[in-house]
Design a protein around this ligand. Structure first.
Ligand code: ADP
Ligand code: ZN
Length: 663
């Protein structure tokens, strides 16, 4: 803690200064959740480790202390490609922000350094690989620093999915600047990562703030994989036409193919993976941030730190390697709090492929064990018959509503379970016969063909129609048998071995074969359900998930007119539309219907700078819409639901919504 003066008095002033900053600069009414406590603690000079889900509001936790405390806040972030946008967004708020990174030329860097040394910056963004340079550390020690913010702090975790070696050296910050408070922030929440962050960043006396990790506006759904690209297309067409979203695939090849497939079928999509050159990657990322409704198909190399608030869906075509990774990726949907979907297609091949990857991958035995434990947790999530959100929160050590969340697939359409003991025995017996009688091991395809009694070329070649188990499984379909095998793998009652993904027994298999345990299984849907609207009739479909969801009909033209105006502004300034105003702010503007610039200032998300820059423009758009610039009259008509007066909404042909937005 900073030691000068009475801490109590300082805290009280700091508190009100923080609140004033929140109102004036950011235009927000009140702090959310833990924000106030974190900010108060850091402004008073304390170290903090902050765990908050994506969209929880981490940025304010360091931006406000940087504004309130004297000096420049140094933000350590691994995301060079996003620094320009982050800084643009802050500058649009009137915050003096800058960055130093390798995308700048010498002169640009020199200007930044001079501004920092002259005390003209509130916030300075740096990548860790730059911070470690002696020249950078020297520069920093010649200026005044208000706070160190270590963003994406889980990158320090060597077992994590985003490890960055340069993060390890950040522990020197505390040694070199013992009086400057440090705040480490992440959306990765397991206790292990939490501990690792605290240790490796050397922050033993930091206070810990753990927010709820629930993201109630995201609907979690995991569907059986049949024809994933087609399933994805149906999902997008039925529920997210015209929406921005991210589709994750494991390989570069499937990224390319999926992006192509979507584009061919009328969904504008671009690929993003490490194999593309830097220019293409930057261009695609920039389009995603700037355009409305673009889909990015990506490997996991895309998305960290993307603060686009209106990502309406995140889809996984392949199984993620861990629940942490999955939760971070899906968390990129719906940061604006509006309804969004996390959708995943998952099948037997995912399990086999991931198990193989772990076995043939690099790393020692301990590494492999950890990877396997991560995969097991992910599989348990996929196979659960319980509330997905409950399972996710439990994984992060948090409580969930025991009666279910009502907004995941298992809550919306509870899966049926069945006693799969006999089916499991049939699969395991087949594996046993092949091994004992023939000394052979085979993969899932051959096992299923044997169970179904299919005389394929390969079955005949190996005389497998002579086995006593041949044809003993005709009561189930091929898809159902694959489902049984997948669930046995997920439950650890069967294992995968070698490069060919052959199936072998585990320690648990014996108890099933000896009938010592039952094997409850989830029923496979008769044919893959592509979406909720397909399974629950029209009810699902009527709930549009676009930004306009739940706005009264009579406000839609105004909302759309403001979006068109915003797009124009964004184009002129070369910034993403959300840098001007978020969708959520536009929604509130049309709901409040301010008739003066002063009234507009009361809307959440409209701070002083934005009011000065855009106030007249917004009021002008609204006035143009009513066809009457008389202040006050429109507000009362509109706040009372649908207007009876059809004349209140003259046609504005130039501002017609894009038809797709409402599909
Ligand atoms: P994170 O970095 O934790 O993912 P952000 O800092 O980007 O989250 O915040 C998520 C969204 O919530 C942003 O659109 C931000 O402007 C908004 N937000 C944050 N704090 C508040 C607040 N106190 N009141 C209203 N909106 C807020
Ligand atoms: Zn649920």
């Amino acid at each position: 803690m900073g030691g000068t003066g009475g801490i109590g008095a300082m805290t009280a002033t700091a508190g009100s200064e923080a609140l004033t900053t929140l109102h004036k600069i950011f235009g927000y009414e009140a702090f959310r959740g833990e924000q106030e406590a974190v900010i108060e603690h850091v402004v008073a000079g304390g170290d903090a480790v902050v765990l908050m889900p994506t969209g929880g509001g981490k940025s304010l936790c360091y931006q406000i202390p940087a504004l309130v405390r004297p000096g420049t806040g140094i933000v350590v972030s691994p995301l060079i490609a996003l620094m320009q946008d982050q800084v643009d967004a802050l500058r649009a708020l009137g915050v003096r922000a800058g960055f130093i990174n390798s995308t700048q030329d010498f002169e640009e860097r020199r200007v930044m350094e001079a501004e920092f040394l002259a005390g003209e910056l509130d916030l300075l963004y740096l990548a860790p690989e730059r911070l470690r340079l002696d020249t950078t550390l020297d520069l920093l020690s010649r200026g005044k620093i208000s706070v160190f913010a270590i963003d994406e702090a889980h990158c320090v975790s060597q077992w994590g999915h985003d490890f960055r070696p340069d993060y390890l050296m950040l522990s020197v910050l505390g040694e070199r600047w013992p009086d400057v408070p440090r705040i480490a922030l992440t959306a990765t929440a397991t206790r292990a990562t939490h501990q690792e962050i605290t240790q490796r960043l050397n922050m033993p006396s930091a206070r810990h703030f753990v927010a709820s990790f629930d993201r109630p506006n995201i609907q979690y759904r995991i569907v059986p994989k049949a024809d994933p690209k087609k399933q994805l297309l149906a999902f997008l067409r039925e529920e997210h036409a015209g929406d921005a979203g991210i589709v994750y695939c494991l390989s570069r090849n499937s990224v390319e193919k999926t992006a192509e497939f979507l584009s061919r079928n009328g969904v504008e999509a671009v690929p993003y993976h490490a194999g593309l050159d830097a220019g293409t990657r930057a261009a695609h990322q920039s389009r995603f941030l700037r355009e409305d409704g673009l889909v990015v198909v990506a490997t996991i190399a895309f998305g960290m730190g993307i603060d686009k608030p209106d990502v309406r869906f995140v889809a996984h075509l392949d199984l993620p390697k861990s629940v942490e990774g999955y939760y971070q990726e899906t968390g990129r949907a719906g940061r604006d709090g509006l309804p969004s979907t996390a959708w995943m297609a998952y099948g037997l091949n995912d399990v086999i492929q991931q198990r193989k990857l772990i076995q043939s991958g690099e790393g020692d035995e301990a590494f492999r064990r950890r990877a396997a434990a991560h995969l097991d947790a992910m599989l348990a999530l996929c196979e659960t018959a319980q509330c997905r959100r409950g399972q996710l929160l439990a994984y992060f050590g948090q409580d969930a509503d025991p009666t279910g969340c009502g907004n995941c697939d298992t809550c919306l359409t509870p899966p049926e379970t069945w006693d799969g003991t006999v089916a499991a025995q049939k699969v395991l017996s087949t594996v046993v016969r092949l091994q004992r009688e023939r000394g052979q091991k085979f993969g899932a395809v051959q096992i299923v063909d044997i169970l179904l009694g299919k005389r394929t070329a390969k079955v005949i070649q190996f005389d497998h129609d002579q086995l006593s188990v041949f044809g003993i499984g005709e009561e189930l379909t091929e898809g159902e048998w694959r489902g049984v095998i997948r669930q046995l793998l997920a439950q650890g009652l069967l294992a995968v071995e070698g490069d060919y993904g052959t199936l072998v027994l585990t320690e648990g298999s014996g108890s099933v074969l000896r009938r010592e345990r039952e094997v409850p299984l989830r029923k496979e849907p008769p044919k893959p359900v592509t979406s909720r609207s397909a399974s629950s009739g029209s009810a699902g479909k009527s709930k549009a998930k676009t930004a306009a969801a739940e706005l009264p009909e009579n406000l839609l033209p105004a909302f759309e007119a403001l979006r068109a105006w915003r797009a124009e502004q964004a184009r002129e300034q070369g910034v993403p539309a959300y840098v001007i105003f978020h969708d959520a702010t536009l929604r509130e503007i049309v709901t409040v219907w301010p008739s003066t610039v002063g009234e507009l200032g009361g809307v959440s998300g409209v701070g002083e700078k934005k009011l000065a820059t855009y106030g007249e423009g917004v009021i002008g758009v609204l006035a143009g819409l009513t066809g009457s610039a008389t202040p006050g009259t429109a507000a009362s008509e509109l706040s009372d639901g649908p207007s009876d007066d059809p004349g209140a909404w003259p046609e504005e042909p130039d501002m017609e919504p894009e038809p797709d937005d409402w599909a």
